[in-house]
Design a protein around this ligand. Structure first.
Ligand SMILES: NC(=O)c1ccc[n+]([C@@H]2O[C@H](COP(=O)([O-])OP(=O)(O)OC[C@H]3O[C@@H](n4cnc5c(N)ncnc54)[C@H](O)[C@@H]3O)[C@@H](O)[C@H]2O)c1
Length: 437
C-alpha cells in the first residue's frame, strides 16, 4: 500500500492548487475597457473627442455631403443663396474668379483649375464672343457646333490653346462631356436660317435642349438657355416684361423658332423643378456686332452689308416697326452675370433704346454712306410690330444694363463687315453675297 503511495507521488498528477489558464468569458473584453474608461472620467474625454470630430467633418468643405463638380472637389450643398453669396462671389471667395478652391485643399505649387464650360453654338456670332470672354477669364471651353450657321473662323484664334476644344457635333444627338457649366446657344437665330429647315429648327430647340439638359442633370452642371424675345410673339404689351406670356402664332412660318424656344424654356423649368438641375434663362433681344452672318436677313447686318456694297437699304413694310439693338459685348456680360448669379430668370437681355427701321437706316447712312438710298418691300409674315425690353429685373437682380449705344457699336461692326465683304471679294474675284453659313 505504502509503495503504491510512493509511486503515485512520482506520477505528478495535476492537483487542484496547480496553476492552469482559465478560459476567458466573452464579456471580459467588453467589461475591461469599460471599467478602464470609467476610471478617472476617461469616458468624458472620449465623448468630447467624438463630438469635436463630428463637428469638424460636418463643417469641412470636402465632406461627402455635397454636389459633385466633375473634375473638382465636392462642393458643399450650402447654396450660394443661403450663404448670401452669388455664384460669382462664391468662386472669388474660393480663391479668385473662375477658380475653385475649397478651403485651401489645393497643395502648394499646384495651379488651381478654371471651370470647364461647354458652349453649344460656340462657333456662331454670340457664342464666339462668349468663348473669347470665358477663355480670357481662365476657363477651359469646349465648343460644340455643327457649323450650320457658325464658322471655324470665329474661333480659330483659340486653336492651339490647351484650354480650348472644338467638337463638330449636332446637339440633336446626345453627347457626354464632363463639365461644370453649359451655355446652350445652338440654334439658328436669323429668320432666313431658321425657316430654311423648320423641322430641323424645332428639333434643335426641343431635342437639342433635352439632350443638353440631360447632360446637365447627369454631370451636375449648371445650364443656361439662350431664349429669345420672340417668345413674346407680336406683343400686346409694350415694353415687354418677363411676366408677359406673349402673343404667338403656333402655326405660322416663324413658329418653329418661337414655339421651339418656348418649349425649350418649358423643358428648362421642368428639369429645374423635377430634376433639381440648376438652370438660367435669358431672353435675348436683337443683338448686333462683328462676326454676324452677312446677308442673314437680320436688319442690322442687312443694312450694313447693303450700305458697304452701295446697294439700297431694304426696309420691309412702312419701316415704322420698332426694334431695340444691343451690342454683343453687352449681351455677353449679361449672360455671364446670369450664369454666375443666383437667379433662374427668365431675364430680358436687350437694349431698351427703341428705333424704327427708318431711324436705323438713318444711323447706317450717317455711319457708312450718307448717299445710301432706301428701298421699300412688302413685310414678311408674322413680323412683330414692336419690340422693346423692360430690363428692370436684370438691372435689379443682375446689376446689369447695356453700355454701348447704337451710334458707338455700329462702327465697331462695320470694319469687320468691310474686311469680310471686300476680303472675300479679293480672294474670289467677285463680291460674295453668300452668307457665312
Ligand atoms: N443674335 C440675336 O439677336 C439673338 C436674339 C435672340 C436670341 N438669340 C439666341 O442666341 C443664340 C445664338 O444666336 P446667334 O445670333 O449667335 O446665332 P448664330 O446662328 O450665329 O449661332 C448659332 C450657332 O448654333 C449652331 N447650331 C445651329 N444648330 C445646331 C445644332 N443642331 N447643333 C449644333 N450646333 C448648332 C450654328 O452652327 C451656330 O454656330 C441662339 O440660340 C439664338 O436663338 C440670338
Amino acid at each position: 500500500m505504502g509503495s503504491e503511495l510512493i509511486y503515485r507521488g512520482h506520477d505528478a498528477q495535476p492537483t487542484a492548487d496547480a496553476y492552469s489558464p482559465k478560459p476567458l468569458k466573452p464579456w471580459f473584453f467588453v467589461i475591461r475597457p469599460v471599467r478602464y474608461m470609467l476610471r478617472e472620467q476617461r469616458l468624458l474625454f472620449v465623448l468630447v473627442g467624438i463630438a469635436i470630430a463630428t463637428l469638424i467633418f460636418t463643417l469641412s468643405p470636402s465632406s461627402s455631403h455635397g454636389t459633385y463638380r466633375p473634375g473638382y472637389e465636392r462642393i458643399p450643398d450650402v447654396s450660394w443663396e443661403s450663404t448670401g453669396l452669388t455664384h460669382r462671389e462664391a468662386y472669388e471667395h474660393r480663391g479668385g474668379f473662375g477658380f475653385v478652391n475649397s478651403g485651401g485643399k489645393v497643395p502648394l505649387g499646384l495651379k488651381r483649375k478654371g471651370l470647364r464650360i461647354v458652349v453649344t453654338g460656340g462657333a456662331g456670332f454670340v457664342g464666339s464672343h462668349l468663348v473669347d470672354r470665358l477663355i480670357a477669364r481662365g476657363d477651359s471651353v469646349i465648343v460644340v457646333d455643327n457649323f450650320f450657321t457658325g464658322r471655324k473662323e470665329n474661333v480659330m484664334h483659340h486653336f492651339g490653346n490647351p484650354r480650348f476644344e472644338l467638337i463638330r457635333h449636332d446637339v440633336v444627338e446626345p453627347l457626354l462631356l464632363e463639365v461644370d457649366q453649359i451655355y446652350h446657344l445652338a440654334c439658328p437665330a436669323s429668320p432666313v436660317h431658321y425657316k430654311f429647315n423648320p423641322v430641323k429648327t424645332i428639333k434643335t430647340n426641343v431635342v437639342g435642349t433635352l439632350n443638353m439638359l440631360g447632360l446637365a442633370k447627369r454631370v451636375g452642371a449648371r445650364f443656361l438657355l439662350t431664349s429669345t424675345s420672340e417668345v413674346y410673339g407680336d406683343p400686346l404689351q409694350h415694353p415687354q416684361v418677363e411676366t408677359y406670356w406673349g402673343n404667338v402664332n403656333p402655326i405660322g412660318v416663324r413658329s418653329c423658332y418661337d414655339e421651339g424656344k418656348r418649349t425649350a424654356e418649358t423643358l428648362t423649368m421642368d428639369y429645374h423643378r423635377g430634376a433639381e438641375v440648376e438652370v438660367r434663362i435669358a431672353r435675348i433681344f436683337n443683338t448686333y456686332g462683328p462676326r454676324m452672318c452677312i446677308d442673314d436677313g437680320r436688319v442690322v447686318s442687312n443694312f450694313v452689308a447693303q450700305a458697304l456694297r452701295k446697294e439700297p437699304l431694304t426696309v420691309y413694310g412702312d419701316g415704322k416697326q420698332t426694334r431695340s439693338f444691343q451690342y454683343v459685348s453687352d449681351l455677353v456680360e449679361g449672360l455671364m452675370r446670369l450664369m454666375e448669379g443666383e437667379h433662374v430668370g427668365p431675364f430680358n437681355l436687350g437694349n431698351p433704346g427703341e428705333f424704327t427701321m427708318l431711324e436705323l437706316a438713318q444711323v447706317v447712312q450717317e455711319t457708312i454712306d450718307p448717299n445710301a438710298t432706301i428701298e421699300f418691300k412688302p413685310n414678311t409674315e408674322d413680323d412683330p410690330h414692336k419690340r422693346k425690353p423692360d430690363i428692370s429685373k436684370a438691372k435689379e437682380q443682375l446689376g446689369w444694363e447695356p453700355k454701348v449705344a447704337l451710334r458707338k457699336g455700329l462702327p465697331l461692326m462695320v470694319s469687320d463687315f468691310r474686311q469680310r465683304i471686300f476680303g472675300d471679294q479679293k480672294e474670289n474675284g467677285a463680291t460674295t453675297t453668300k452668307s457665312s453659313a
